[in-house]
Design a protein around this ligand. Sequence first.
Ligand code: GN1
Ligand code: MG
Length: 357
Amino acid sequence: MEKYKEIVSHFAVSGNVTNVAPLGNGLINDTYIVETDGNEDYVLQRINNAVFRDVPLLQRNVYAITGHIRRKLQECGAGDIDRRVLRYVDTSDGGSFYFDGEKYWRVSVYIPGTKSFDTVTLHLAYLTGKSFGDFQYMLSDLPEQLGETIPDFHNIEYRLQQLDEAAENDAAGRADSMREIMEELDDRREEMCKVHRMYREGKFPKRISHCDTKVNNILFDADGTPLCVIDLDTTMPGFVLSDFGDFIRTAGNKGKEDDTDLKAVGVDMEIFKAFARGYIEGAERFITPVEKEYLPFGAKLMAYMQTVRFLADYLNGDTYYKIEYPEHNRQRTLAQYKLLRSMEEKEDEMKQYIAGL
Ligand code: GN1
Ligand code: MG
């Protein structure tokens, strides 16, 4: 606690710190709630700079994004703005992060009275779709050029290359046990790299995308309305497929991301439909026909990419994602792959539904 107090003392916070406790369950950064005796509590985060290597660029991005959204909300006369967009707190000397000689830290204002979910109801899925469509719409005229906080983050060609290297090095001696699934993933390479090829040929656009629209990256108000999109670190130029797909991959999964019961895993078509309806409502102000047509592909792509990433990490000996037990990344790989197959079965139904919107 004294250690965290000392770190927080470098930021322009108000009140005295009364308590610090871990918050949330992100797989990358370490997050804490900082309670004070003043008007506001805060969120302290240790930025994982092995993942986000350019911390100044990262912070420039998140400041640009949150500043822009705040102005947009003000312009349209929205209420409760401080609960609808994150607000980062500068350091005492006006910086956007603090480096303690070893680790990087940042602070934002804690948004009170919210909750988050790992599963949602149909109505919440619809509202959340609308929020993400609106989020992308609000950022569609961002004047600043955002940098890639993780270069090639959702570039499936690059992710497959990483998997190939992991299999080749076989650092943890696990490759032999995963041959079967590696072949299944291989069979889908051509198809999964399609949109990236289209992008190179100028046939598919990139726009500012959140790139981690897991359902637990949204804060909901007590009455269930989505309030605020959080975890903005991967918001950068990307395909709409990422944002559509990652929500379906998480909230649209009947099971858990790391379910040990693979039979429980599968795409929930009702959630898919509700989310798609809301998303298109928000996104129809900018989305092109080809982007819309490819949304079901986006769901598959994100499940595929996540399978590839979990598998690569498993083969590398768990160097990237936080794990809770030794075979955790293996289980995650199997569960994501199961989800992918379920999406493949439902693809026609997904396409038909989107075409009708
Ligand atoms: C990571 O930190 P968290 O849990 O929100 C990851 C996402 C993955 C996700 C898997 C920077 O997100 O890309 O989809 O885990 N973020 C990063 O659930 O790699
Ligand atoms: Mg998160």
